[in-house]
Write a protein that binds this ligand. Structure first.
Ligand SMILES: [Mg+2]
Length: 245
């Protein structure tokens, strides 16, 4: 049974230990000439949204997106080694990615992340995870302002590249209520993982029907994914509970 598995990056696959927020701050400084005074708020938002909010909080009109994306990309590239030094891969991740890869071409493993593609690549490459995922598909922070908009982008991009039907079930694996909301609104199943700053109760309250404490139980995760593949895509994509964006 074909299945499109889309991983969130930060706090799901890797822990960036503050490097991510330093990338936003450095990009802001490159564009404005000084660092941000107000904090960077991420929380599962897309890079478009994070940077837009940051400029707004400083009473500034955001520069054109192309300039912002370039600054983010420059800041990310400059910090790959720092990320490799300070950050780490979350428990169970390598095993899970390896086992998914062994399922063959019918299971596509990619990302749905708020990071721009260049920085998703930096973050995964720092730990050698980039080769375990197909980053030519999936969806990234430049593909939409709100996370739920990325689900359809990823579905179409992946289905086209792999010649899969558009009705192929999609599952998001992520750590924030926004990952859950994206799945509900985008017609994807969700496996929520309480490896970030959100506890299982918050993820259940957001509407997740599967919440794992972490990714250590590879066999358990694969059982959930196999059940999702067999159940097929939700009958009415777009049904959402909303309220978290
Ligand atoms: Mg995350």
């Amino acid at each position: 049974m074909p299945l499109i598995v889309l991983w969130d990056v930060d706090h799901t696959l890797i822990e960036n230990c503050g490097v991510s927020k330093e990338i936003y701050a450095a990009a802001f400084a490159e564009l404005i000439g000084h660092g941000p005074v107000h904090p960077v708020v991420t929380e599962g938002r897309t890079d478009r949204s994070i940077m837009g909010d940051l400029f707004q909080r400083h009473g500034l009109v955001p520069p054109p997106w192309a300039a912002v994306e370039q600054a983010l990309s420059d800041a990310g590239e400059a910090r790959e080694q720092e990320l490799a030094r300070r950050g780490y891969v979350l428990p169970g991740v390598r095993d899970a990615l390896e086992q998914l890869r062994e399922l063959g071409e019918s299971t596509v493993s990619s990302v749905l992340t708020g990071n721009i593609r260049a920085n998703a690549l930096v973050k995964l490459r720092a730990f050698g995870l980039d080769e375990m995922l197909d980053l030519s598909v999936g969806a990234y922070g430049a593909d939409g302002k709100e996370r739920f908009e990325l689900v359809d982008v990823a579905r179409r991009r992946t289905a086209m590249a792999y010649a899969l039907p558009l009705g192929t079930p999609v599952v998001l694996i992520g750590d924030t209520p926004r990952d859950v909301e994206a799945g509900l609104r985008g017609g994807a199943a969700v496996v929520a993982v309480a490896s970030g700053s959100h506890d299982p109760d918050e993820l259940v309250a957001a509407g997740a029907d599967t919440v794992l404490p972490d990714l250590r139980d590879t066999a358990g995760l694969l059982t959930h994914l196999s059940a999702i593949a067999q159940r097929g895509a939700p009958a009415r994509p777009g049904r959402g509970r909303g309220g978290t964006s």
